[in-house]
Design a protein around this ligand. Structure first.
Ligand code: ADP
Ligand code: ZN
Ligand code: ZN
Length: 660
């Protein structure tokens, strides 16, 4: 009797064997119902073989093999195997996480066929700029695997380059995967893609789609009916039979990194997938990640540059620093910025004030006894949300009413400290009673629909002042926006996280890029107490390459990525002592001595040391060589799996961690 080796969605690094009365090797890649524990599960057949490592008489018979879908292809399994090995993630989890929920259900709902996307009006293509032409000429779709980094300032026409390249791939009969950080934040892009290719199947794949729609779109991509898949990070695993091109927009964006479950980077998996299929991949950004930039400098990636804005009328905004040490501030805002907003109001133009902190104030405190609004479950403060009169923890979501008096001493005089977007909004409204102010952050915009409505209002000229977080920084075109003010940026300059300056620079560059996208000249005012900081100097000069070079030198000297390769072991338990003891045991495993090229640091508590009542520690492993680290990790993980630990302790390994 044939034996089926089946991948199941379980946190175990193994496959499961079942007996099948009839099964052929052609059934590899099909889904199958199998008994598991007391119930049943849907798995994926990875192999059909003659025997098992287990005694045959102990194997259970498999249930029905599902044939509503053609088998998942070998390149899909190869991609999953790569991700599983590289990220130390169980193969079965990787295989099944990419499938739409409906395909993993025991009682599958009836699904209709994919709806062809409705044809829309095609819009005229602009004449390419010389820089755009040069960039396009450098990529040869027929030449096999290549990675190119498209570094283009905001508004330089990167999207137009993607669209032309996509057009070439479609003409050659290929499918295209276009990855974006958060589709919800960029409905404009989806509209542009659909309008440019009205007769081509364009489907989107992201987590906000309803289950049925997501399955429909996934099936259309898998069947080769949809030629363009526009998706977020998980869509990098979508099987596509004619895939000929991968494009990753805003490649530096941290949301390409999954931070829980299987912790992977969709960008890096994308590069592997392109390599495996022998196709080109294009990474685009105005502020590339230092990893990609270093790869471009060392010529591993081709570098394509767009230095000018594509619209000949639009120029890059002027960036000025406001030295707040010498200024009078009103609610944290300088006279100079207030005057600049006034000018815009008088001219009927828009202003954007960027403050990357939502809520009213980051903390409520009692001056009498020193009480502060701490979260009882986390090592963090509860944020004051005045609009709905709540204190809310931004880490675990715990919330309660604002106390009328200090819970410790009964003092009635408790005060908010610091400021967030809500406080800024209400102060601006007092200062400019005639202005129409829109606040854009995750409290005011919770869904794609709300965001679309908000964008329409902004475009329709219904807002004079926008106040918001980094939500406002992403790829939007606001033609009437001529002023960007940035508050509270300094906090990231001296953060403990050594990646913070890289992120701050990208954020400020992106948000500054919103100003002056059309014929109106833009101005950016950054309030700072450190006007001499090289990060700000680079911003004033619009000098990403110079800034990147400085940071890369620092990283090289410090032996940080991309000059070292890292994996983080994290443990969480109700008691920090248990977490640290577990990490110490992992740091003392004999297998470590067999890998002299890998260095293990001391366990330490994580920066957010307590989250939702769990105390968290971390242990860094590092090597100057990626292959050395990759050889070490599976052996280390297997050894860690044998360690005894308290039943409430959880651990995981994250490869190439972004946060510390
Ligand atoms: P990016 O993606 O680099 O921020 P976009 O592709 O969104 O830039 O282009 C910015 C603006 O310039 C858009 O309004 C776009 O329509 C316009 N644009 C792009 N390419 C050209 C071109 N070759 N000629 C004129 N306008 C262009
Ligand atoms: Zn008190
Ligand atoms: Zn909390």
């Amino acid at each position: 009797m044939p034996v089926l080796r089946v991948a199941l969605d379980l946190p175990l690094h193994r496959l499961f064997d079942y007996l099948a009365s009839t099964a052929l090797s052609a059934d590899v890649g099909l889904r199958v119902r199998v008994p598991f524990g007391r119930g049943e599960r849907i798995g994926v057949i990875v192999e059909v073989c003659e025997n098992s490592e287990w005694p045959i008489e102990q194997l259970k018979p498999a249930g029905e093999i599902l044939r509503d879908l053609p088998p998942l292809p070998p390149d899909f399994f190869a991609l999953c195997a790569f991700a599983s090995n590289y990220y130390q993630a169980p193969f079965g989890e990787v295989v099944l996480q990419g499938l739409p929920v409906g395909l993993k259900r025991l009682d599958p709902p009836d699904r209709r066929k994919a709806r062809a996307s409705r044809p829309s009006e095609a819009i005229a293509k602009p004449e390419l700029t010389l820089e755009q032409m040069t960039a396009l000429a450098a990529i040869d779709l027929a030449a096999g695997f290549s990675t190119h980094l498209l570094h283009g300032v905001t508004g330089s026409g990167k999207t137009e380059v993607y669209l032309r390249l996509i057009e070439r791939a479609l003409d050659a009969g290929q499918q295209v995967l276009l990855l974006v950080p958060e589709i919800n934040l960029t409905p404009q892009l989806e509209g542009r893609v659909r309008a440019r290719f009205p007769d081509t199947g364009v489907v989107s794949l992201h987590s906000e789609l309803a289950e049925a729609a997501r399955e429909r779109n996934w099936r259309a991509a898998f069947a080769g009916e949809a030629s363009i898949v526009l998706g977020t990070r998980l869509s990098i695993f979508t099987p596509m039979p004619r895939l000929g091109l991968i494009v990753i927009d805003e490649e530096h964006d941290a949301s390409f990194k999954q931070q829980d479950g299987m912790r992977y980077s969709a960008r890096d998996v994308g590069v592997f997938r392109a390599h495996q299929l022998g196709i080109p991949i294009l990474l685009g950004s105005a502020t590339p990640s230092l990893e990609s930039w270093a790869n471009a400098q060392s010529k591993r990636y081709g570098l394509l540059t767009l230095k000018e804005r594509a619209n000949p009328e639009a120029t890059l905004p002027t960036v000025n620093l406001l030295d707040t040490r010498k200024m009078l501030l009103k609610e944290g805002v300088s006279e100079r910025l207030i005057a600049a907003i006034k000018e815009r109001l008088a001219r009927g133009e828009q202003s954007l004030i960027f403050l990357n902190r939502r809520g009213y104030a980051p903390v409520l405190a009692c001056m009498a006894c020193g009480w502060v609004s701490r979260c009882t479950r986390c090592a963090a403060n509860m944020v004051l949300h005045l609009a709905d009169r709540r204190l809310r923890c931004h880490h675990c979501g715990f919330e309660h009413r604002i106390p009328k008096a200090c819970p410790t001493c009964g003092n009635q005089d408790i005060h908010p400290f610091g400021r967030g977007t809500q406080r800024l909004e209400s102060w601006l409204q007092e200062e400019f009673p005639e202005a129409r102010i829109l606040r854009v952050d995750r409290d005011s915009v919770k869904s794609r629909k709300q965001w679309e409505v908000m964008l329409e209002r902004i475009h329709g000229g219904e807002a004079d002042i926008l106040v918001g977080t980094q939500m406002l920084a992403k790829g939007h075109d606001f033609p009437k926006l001529t002023l960007v003010g940035a508050l509270g940026a300094d906090a990231a300059l001296f953060a403990a996280d050594w990646r913070a300056p890289e992120r701050l620079f990208a954020q400020l560059m992106q948000v500054a890029g919103r100003a002056g996208r059309a014929e109106l000249k833009g101005e950016v005012l950054i309030q700072t107490q450190y006007p001499d900081h090289p990060l700000y100097a680079a911003l004033v000069a619009h000098d990403y390459p110079g800034f990147a070079e400085t940071l890369l030198k620092e990283r090289e000297q410090a032996g940080f990525p991309p000059y070292a390769f890292q994996a983080m072991l994290r443990a969480e338990a109700p008691d920090m002592a248990d977490s640290i003891a577990f990490l110490n045991a992992a740091a003392a495993l004999p297998v470590i001595a067999e890998h002299p090229n890998v260095m293990i640091y001391d366990p330490i508590p994580m920066k957010l040391s307590r989250l939702a009542n769990l105390e968290r520690g971390q242990l860094l492993s590092e090597s100057p060589s990626r292959p050395a680290l990759q050889a070490f990790l599976p052996r280390w993980r297997e050894a860690i799996e044998t360690l005894k630990s308290p039943s409430k302790l959880r651990w995981h390994i994250e490869v190439d961690p972004l946060e510390f």
